[in-house]
Design a protein around this ligand. Structure first.
Ligand SMILES: C[S@@+](CC[C@H](N)C(=O)[O-])C[C@H]1O[C@@H](n2cnc3c(N)ncnc32)[C@H](O)[C@@H]1O
Length: 318
């Protein structure tokens, strides 16, 4: 991948909502290759500050190169945005003016064969965004996709493929995996994709038959939905009044979590509707700034096909 060509998704729209200010402090919770952070630092010149967080040390190395011209106006942290309060406390930051979460996988991860994210590239079936050593809490070290595929029970595999991939042939695929691994371990992306392809009826969809299963495994390995749930609460607790949260989701499972969390926080209290008394600790709430999610123009998608499923939602802390 040409890193100079990296186009951050919905970047102008993020800047319009985030409104970076010269004295503002912003967190890019998924700094990736640094595209959005670069734009935020530029827009908040001369002294706006950005803390960039990512699970992936390889991405951070590239972001470091890209952002070095901004000198000490930024810092980069190898960590999980779900642990944002702990990470920021280490930098003595307790409240921020804006946060961006541009969720999911980066083009660097997808295009690097040895990371094992893509059925288009032969590589080991890995799919971990981070090694787990960046975690502060006692979360478990993530398993590789290879471990999940070779050691999970039939029911667990079916659950992963259905829950995170909405895969209708989940049981057939899981059965074929169990059959195969009795003969030989499944260790590569291409072997795994072939197994999935052989288990599903041909030509039922326009997309590659392994697309949904790869997505499901990746979400499971990286605990993406759990991190998002925890991360949204963490971010909301860190925003100053008037501070803004922008979230870009790439599939309906993520977008649903963001939409529901925003809706709950837009009410003054986030207790479950049936709670007899208020038990939530969120005394403050959000104003939703995007009635409907913002999506990229057709012309943008033409130049950057990976942007096609992006949905941006924005809320403001009251
Ligand atoms: C779509 S990319 C972000 C691209 C970035 N906005 C840019 O302009 O280059 C998503 C990034 O989020 C990271 N990521 C995913 N989940 C994360 C988490 N829970 N904590 C920190 N980083 C995470 C991935 O490693 C990946 O680098």
């Amino acid at each position: 991948m040409d890193r100079q060509q990296h186009i951050p998704v919905l970047c102008d729209e993020v800047l319009d909502f985030l409104k970076p200010q010269p004295d503002g402090v912003y967190v890019d919770g998924t700094v990736g290759l640094g595209g959005h952070s670069y734009a935020i630092l530029k827009a908040s010149a001369p002294d706006g500050y950005v803390i960039g967080i990512d699970l992936d040390p390889d991405a951070l190395a590239i972001a470091k190169e890209k952002l070095h011209t901004f000198g000490d106006r930024h810092c980069l942290i190898n960590g999980n945005f779900a642990e944002m309060p702990v990470l920021l406390k280490e930098c003595s930051i307790y409240a921020v003016d804006g946060v961006l979460l541009d969720l999911g996988v980066s083009s660097l991860q997808l295009d690097t064969p040895h990371r094992g994210f893509s059925f288009n590239h032969p590589g080991p079936l890995d799919m971990r965004m981070g090694s787990g050593h960046e975690l502060n809490t006692n979360q478990e070290i993530p398993p590789t996709a290879m471990q999940v595929v070779n050691h999970s029970s039939m029911d667990t595999l079916v659950d992963i493929f259905k829950r995170y991939g909405e895969e209708r042939f989940a049981r057939r695929i899981a059965a074929r995996i169990l059959e195969t691994r009795q003969q030989i371990p499944i260790t590569t992306t291409t072997h795994f994709a072939e197994i999935v392809k052989s288990a599903v009826p041909q030509k039922t969809s326009k997309i590659h038959p392994a697309t949904r299963v790869f997505q499901a495994l990746r979400i499971h390995v990286n605990r993406e939905l759990e991190n998002l749930e925890i991360g949204l609460d963490a971010v909301i607790s860190l925003l100053k009044p008037g501070g803004r949260l922008c979230v870009i989701a790439f599939h309906s499972l993520e977008d649903r979590i963001v939409k529901r969390r925003f809706q709950m926080c837009a009410k003054t209290c986030i207790c479950p509707p049936k709670s007899p008394v208020c038990i939530c600790e969120h005394k403050s709430s959000l104003q939703i700034l995007t009635k409907r999610p913002i999506v990229p123009d057709a012309s943008v998608v033409q130049h950057n096909p990976r942007a096609r499923s992006a949905k941006l939602r924005v809320a403001r802390k009251l």
